[in-house]
Design a protein around this ligand. Structure first.
Ligand SMILES: Cc1cc2nc3c(=O)[nH]c(=O)nc-3n(C[C@H](O)[C@H](O)[C@H](O)COP(=O)(O)OP(=O)(O)OC[C@H]3O[C@@H](n4cnc5c(N)ncnc54)[C@H](O)[C@@H]3O)c2cc1C
Length: 392
């Protein structure tokens, strides 16, 4: 489709998926307007893993130079015994991601990634970023789709891409019936200055401590001099409303009190203002992401548990396929249909693979030699996906 024939593509939600969609659409020449509810683009500071499936998209979008100062590839990765710290599995990684999957694996601070994405759009007159716009309602007519915002503004476009996350207002409005449900998993996320962890064993670079019903994953965000960790436990008694709330460090310490010294050292060193708690929610896969002129993208379409570290990556893939579908179609109806067709089954597979990985990692009693690995077949298949060339 000629870029100027669909001149008004609106995006709701400036997270990783929405911002990447804006960059990808701009790469193919489509002007975009992106509305974000927050006054500033950003995120609760924490680390994120970007697998080869997603890094290949970011590289194809020309972001290599901007990302280079912030990303780090782990040299090794492994699963460690929760109580002894002994290695259960261990593999050298580094450039092996490039030789196996054709693209690198990265650790990056979320705020750095979001900063790179926002900066890439900032100087582009055809990419309008509108923070402070919380969508509250959507209406469609034969000619346009109109978003209404909490600040009283209403804006109409030709097409609307909803990337407003797992709590998506757009999904609740147009695709009701698959409510977000609590998974039974609670995650604590913390960041600790590396200088507060002198002498800590950090080989492997990416470590997953696995115990019955609980895991702790940790890796350093070296450019920021920080150790990032995610600690997950099963909790049937969750009652709190909020999904991202400050947590007492003492609560995490108590939950992991019989774990090995390395885990306890990191938790104990967490500053009180850098410890957050999330009740992990998911939604059942949808069999339709498109309603008229509106399509879902990112967590709004396919929220998943974090056990494969792939949620944002699958949203980054969505972004590239969406832009390619627009570029290769004669009209927006065809573009949205081709986007959905190419993505919906793949995203549902990733959601299910992530749920299985949670069972695999948390329900076991790991012992050295049991052959438990970080990289199951699901994950390897997902890393091979190439959104820049996949048939659409
Ligand atoms: C503990 C944990 C660890 C994880 N680790 C990883 C990992 O290592 N690797 C990985 O790939 N994924 C990981 N994920 C998943 C990843 O965080 C998500 O998949 C990703 O952030 C989703 O991006 P998104 O842009 O779709 O949604 P979000 O990041 O939720 O962004 C949605 C945006 O929409 C805005 N918004 C919401 N409602 C409105 C509205 N009404 N109007 C306007 N704007 C709105 C929000 O403010 C936000 O900016 C993890 C998740 C968790 C919980």
């Amino acid at each position: 489709m000629p870029a100027n024939s669909t001149s008004r593509i609106h995006i709701i939600g400036g997270g990783i998926a929405g911002l990447t969609a804006a960059i990808a659409l701009r790469k193919y020449g489509f002007p975009v307007v992106l509305f974000e509810q927050s006054e500033q683009f950003g995120d609760v500071g924490a680390g994120i893993t970007i697998g080869p499936n997603a890094s290949r998209v970011l590289l194809a979008l020309g972001l290599q130079e901007r990302l280079a100062p912030y990303v780090r590839t782990p040299r090794h990765a492994g699963i460690l015994h929760f109580r002894t710290g002994d290695r259960i599995s261990y593999s050298l990684r580094g450039d092996s991601y490039i030789s196996e999957f054709g693209a690198p694996f990265w650790h990056i601070h979320r705020a750095d990634l979001l900063g790179v994405l926002v900066d890439a759009l900032a100087d582009d007159p055809d990419a309008e970023l509108r923070p402070g716009h919380k969508v509250t309602g959507i209406t469609q007519s034969a000619d346009e789709v109109t978003s209404r915002f909490a600040n009283g503004v209403a804006e109409s476009g030709d097409v609307l891409i909803a990337s407003d996350g797992i709590k998506s207002t757009v999904r609740e409005t147009l695709f009701p019936g698959t409510p977000a449900t609590f998974t039974g998993y609670v995650a604590w996320r913390g960041l600790v200055d590396l200088e507060r962890l002198p002498g800590l064993e950090i080989d492997p670079d990416f470590a997953l401590y696995a115990g019955p019903g609980k895991i702790v994953g940790r890796y350093a965000l070296r450019q920021r001099g920080l150790m990032n960790y995610v600690a997950i436990a099963t909790r049937e008694d969750w009652r709190e409303e909020g999904w991202t709330v400050r947590s007492e460090v003492a609560e995490v310490e108590s939950e992991f009190q019989d774990w090995c010294e390395n885990v306890q050292t990191i938790i104990r060193a967490t500053p009180p203002d850098r410890c957050f708690k999330w009740a992990l929610h998911v939604r059942e896969p949808l069999d339709n992401w498109v309603d008229g002129r509106v399509a879902l993208l990112g967590d709004a379409a396919h929220p998943m548990t974090p056990f494969l570290g792939l949620g944002a990556g699958i949203g980054i893939e969505d972004a590239m396929v969406l832009a390619r579908a627009f570029s290769g179609s004669g009209d927006w109806q065809t573009a949205l249909a081709r986007y959905q067709q190419a993505r919906i089954g793949h995203a549902a597979n990733a959601q299910q693979a992530s749920a299985r990985q949670g069972l695999h990692l948390l329900n076991a009693k790991p012992q050295p030699g049991e052959g438990k690995t970080l990289y199951n077949d699901d994950m390897l298949g997902l890393y091979s996906y190439d959104a820049t060339t996949v048939a659409i």
